[in-house]
Design a protein around this ligand. Structure first.
Ligand code: GLU
Length: 416
């Protein structure tokens, strides 16, 4: 039978495994298996050539027992409601595992931003916000950037919201530029959080990181900052990076500044001079100390898991590894830092952004990174200790920590 790669089926299967170990009562389990609320929108946008294009958009508020729903908005041609449901579920477990007073949500629009002008993107972003405006807000649901969305898109959205409401309310969206109430340290935050967890994992397994080799899949906000920080903070040698068009490899290491300049000017990773080309699947199978999938889901599957050779698998993407791959990886000596723990740095600094917006008082980057380090390190050890004490994988352990916290909040509220 071929592997089921529906991300929501995967998210539910992961929850089921945790529910069994936690002996969650069946009603609680059933409640946590489904989103609490979801919105489907049909969004007409006037395109530059004069025709009207109808886009499909979604916002899923998976669970808000611990606080307002929180999570990004993706613009992607392959977006589906089930992808958004899965990502919203993972946001719920993510905010819980780092113990933020937030729930989980996610949004998505089926579109290809690479084929859209800035004007078209602005009209789509504003229209998306007009559709969700009455269901989001600092006490309800707070969106943020994700795959193919950025500070400019957040700016258009916050502006649309504030115009509609007739007052300033920067905390309704995070990942804003500093000029509109964004936080210092937010752009590198997802990668930085992952770097702290890699540091802790390397200490545990006795791997010296200075000069250790690293391969990174994805060169968007997360992957490119991972390249920079793996080099600058941990002293690692990044030998391979890639994007959706393909990858590059150099055993001597790839210089961050020149690769970043190349990607900025050409719009893609391949074609960088002074490196061999590798495919995305070759990159995952390289013999490196640390492998960072930093792009999209379902990259490590039953098909290629037995060829993964890294010592640490740091999942900066959401859902890069399937359950079938997990079973295969379990038999290998690979330390896995599961996605919703490894990539929780982004939402953690988003939370700091909300706090700063609420108090109208802003912190410097040093303060942000210290607090981020504390949050990530505490969460990392909570998960590691749970894995040791229950003799389960780190992924199952992360679920045990997170699901238990969400279930307790649901119970206190008397919902189930
Ligand atoms: N999109 C990021 C994530 O998947 C950040 C979400 C947020 O900041 O709300 O974790």
């Amino acid at each position: 039978m071929s592997e089921n790669l529906n991300p929501f089926a995967i998210a539910q299967a992961q929850l089921d495994a945790a529910a069994e170990i936690l002996q969650l009562d069946p009603q609680m389990h059933a409640f946590l298996r489904e989103p609490m609320r979801e919105f489907h929108f049909s969004i007409p946008v006037h395109m530059d050539d004069g025709h009207v294009e109808i886009f499909k958009g979604f916002r899923v508020q998976y669970n808000d027992a611990r606080g307002p729903a929180k999570g990004g908005i993706r613009f992607h041609p392959d977006e589906t409601i089930d992808t958004v449901r899965a990502l919203a579920a993972w946001m719920t477990w993510k905010t819980a595992v780092v113990d933020l007073p937030l729930g989980g949500g996610k949004g998505g629009v089926i579109c290809n931003p690479r084929e859209m002008s800035q004007g078209e993107l602005e009209r789509l972003s504003r229209a998306f916000m007009r559709n969700i405006a009455r269901y989001v807000g600092i006490t309800q649901d707070v969106p943020a950037p994700d795959v193919n969305t950025n500070a400019q898109i957040m700016s258009w959205m916050v502006d649309e919201y504030e115009v509609l409401m007739g007052h300033r309310e920067p905390g309704v969206i995070t990942g804003k530029p500093m000029e509109l109430g964004g936080s210092a340290g937010r752009p590198p935050a997802t990668a930085m959080g992952g770097i702290f967890t890699i540091r802790e994992a390397a200490r545990l397994i006795g791997l010296p990181l200075e000069g250790a080799t690293c391969a990174i899949q994805g060169y968007g906000n997360v992957g490119s900052f991972a390249h920079k920080l793996a080099t600058e903070v941990l002293g690692m040698k990044v030998v391979a990076v890639s994007d959706e068009f393909g990858g590059i490899y150099n055993s001597q290491g790839l210089d961050y500044d020149s690769v970043f300049a190349h990607v900025k000017s050409t719009g893609r990773v391949p074609g960088y001079p002074g490196a061999e080309s590798v495919t995305n699947s070759d990159l995952l199978e390289l013999e490196v100390d640390v492998l960072i999938p930093g792009a999209i889901e379902n990259q490590i599957t039953g098909q290629n898991a037995d060829r993964i050779k890294a010592r640490i698998l740091a999942e900066l993407a959401n859902g890069p590894t399937t359950p079938e791959a997990d079973e295969i990886l379990a038999a290998k000596n690979i330390y896995i830092i599961p996605d919703f723990l490894c990539n929780a740095g982004g939402v953690t600094v988003s939370y700091f952004e909300m706090v700063q917006n609420a108090q109208q008082f802003y912190w410097d980057e040093g303060m942000i990174n210290d607090r981020l380090d504390r949050k990530m390190t505490t969460a990392f050890h909570a998960v590691h200790n749970m894995a040791q004490s229950k003799k389960v994988s780190n992924r199952v352990a992360a679920y045990l920590v997170a699901v238990d916290r969400v279930a307790r909040a649901v119970r206190w509220r008397g919902w189930v």
